[in-house]
Design a binder for this molecule. Structure first.
Ligand SMILES: O=C(O)CCC(=O)C(=O)O
Length: 213
């Protein structure tokens, strides 16, 4: 495993073929987005989705957009309604869309039109195991992944589960985008270490913008 260190803001670092790390890119809009997220959590409470093996996932999730990612014992996929409230998801807010499309453009994906924004909420000790994002229909569109709150370690690997991973420390406002030849690459989040963020407290929030359908 290789570790990627960078202290400098406004950097775009290539981490794979079609994959980039943009340190601090979301910082200018972080407060606006975090405030909107708090309201969204009241209307669409984050919930622990289920794995196909019938176990609850470590993180809690909710969504914005025409589709929301869901995990049930019948499998993973996208739903037009929140499984708990039975309501259609609220649209991706304009500020979120502008951020996702700005990031995508910076990484060379100028026609990115996400129709879903998955929101992952991590408490201390929670994680996301090695997986790839493969529930979407159109793999020509990238994944844009934005981090807020306490730090986490992102592992970015290759096309095969056993491929070597690089280790990327993610902090508030950092963004990772992967598409092209890296679109189906494996990735993970290591268990979160105890910490406290001045705005979000002992919590990390990840936004994952995708074109689902
Ligand atoms: O939390 C993260 O940074 C990654 C999230 C992720 O891998 C996913 O939602 O598929």
């Amino acid at each position: 495993m290789t570790e990627l260190f960078t202290e400098q803001l406004d950097q775009t670092i290539q981490i794979g073929d079609g994959a980039y790390f943009l340190r601090g890119f979301a910082l200018p809009v972080a407060n606006v987005i975090c405030t909107m997220l708090m309201q969204h959590f009241k209307d669409y409470p984050p919930q622990q989705m289920m794995t196909p093996m019938g176990y609850p996932m470590s993180v809690k999730t909710t969504s914005f957009g025409k589709f929301g990612w869901v995990g049930t014992p019948r499998g993973y996929g996208y739903s037009e309604v929140d499984l708990i409230t039975k309501k259609a998801w609220s649209p991706i807010p304009e500020a979120f869309l502008q951020l996702a499309q700005g990031v995508a453009k910076e990484a060379g994906y100028s026609d990115f039109v996400p129709d879903t924004c998955l929101v992952n909420v991590y408490a201390i000790g929670t994680k996301m195991g090695l997986h790839r994002d493969q529930d979407e229909l159109d793999f020509s569109q990238p994944i844009v992944s934005v981090s807020f709150g306490i730090p986490a370690t992102f592992l970015f690997g290759g096309a095969k589960r056993g491929d070597k991973t690089i280790k990327i420390p993610l902090t508030h406002g950092d963004v990772v985008v992967w598409g092209g030849k890296s679109r189906l690459h494996y990735h993970a989040i290591k268990p979160l270490k105890p910490n406290d963020h001045e705005v979000l407290g002992p919590c990390r929030i990840n936004l994952t913008f995708r074109k689902a359908r």
